[in-house]
Design a protein. Structure first.
Length: 274
């Protein structure tokens, strides 16, 4: 059983839902990213989505775009991101890590080389935003053969027929985008999300994570009553941006900076149902 499967299974047995924060690797620097990963786990994160920077983050709103710009200004590359995961694994062998980003850096490295390096580093899954399953036969085969879960996005505009085809190719979990637009958008419509997640469950037994528009404990708790996992990105990344002005910070300061996650974890635990 993979780390992702094991985590969702354990949470389900405990009547809890997965909290899945997103970080942009290299923002504000790679050393801080490593500290933040540990801080997120200390605050209750169950899975970490680690974004690898790319110069054209087309699905992301301004908060994450600026984070990517800061990471690229420090010349953060995919190999360095994998190195951070490997360092994380020296003291954390349990928390799943999903790399999230765009196809171009993976193509440049080469599918086989990337898959091998990712597994060696301790990566569990990959979510490539601009890799629809219809065009992913080769990379999906390589990633799967290496033992990596391939996670796909489903949007509010996705038809039931395409939901079914995406779910047939997905593994690990399915990421449902809770609203139209880019990351960081507002106006979370919980009733609409619930209807879509109900429809999505007709096509898969995989856990369903919901992201986009989740900003605080209240919105996290509402989604926890609907989905198997709650993904938080821009709300956390905007907090991390405040570290840009700092030169040195302790692990305790990083835990405090990510206490948004602790609040979400507490609210989700209250709201979760078996």
């Amino acid at each position: 059983m993979s780390r992702i499967q094991s985590t969702f299974s354990s949470l389900r047995s405990a009547g809890q839902k997965a909290l899945i924060p997103y970080l942009t690797a290299g923002d504000p620097d790679l050393e801080t990213t490593l500290g933040l990963m540990h801080a997120l786990v200390a605050n209750g994160a169950d899975v970490i989505e680690l974004g690898f920077p790319f110069s054209d983050p087309s699905a992301d709103g301004p908060v994450i775009q600026r984070a990517v710009e800061r990471a690229l200004a420090r010349k953060t590359n995919l190999r360095e991101v994998l190195s951070i995961v490997k360092q994380f694994r020296t003291t954390n062998s349990d928390t799943p890590v999903v790399l999230m980003g765009y196809l171009n850096p993976v193509e440049i490295m080469g599918y086989e080389r990337f898959a091998s390096a990712a597994v060696e580093a301790g990566v569990d899954g990959v979510l490539i935003v601009d890799m629809p399953p219809e065009e992913a036969e080769e990379p999906q085969r390589v990633l799967r053969n290496a033992g990596l879960d391939v996670i796909y996005l489903v949007a509010p505009t996705t038809s039931p027929e395409r939901m079914a085809s995406i779910c047939r190719e997905a593994s690990g979990y399915v990421y449902y985008v809770s609203l139209k637009g880019v990351t960081g958008a507002a106006n979370l419509d919980v009733a609409s999300v619930e209807a879509s997640v109900t429809q999505l469950r007709k096509h898969t037994d995989l856990p369903i994570g919901v992201g986009f528009g989740i900003r605080d404990g209240q919105s996290a708790a509402l989604i926890a009553n609907i989905a198997d996992g709650v993904v938080v990105g821009s709300a956390l990344v905007s907090r991390i941006a405040e570290l840009e002005a700092e030169r040195h910070y302790t692990q305790e300061q990083l835990v405090k900076q990510t206490d948004l996650i602790a609040g979400m974890r507490a609210a989700m635990n209250e709201a979760s149902v078996v």
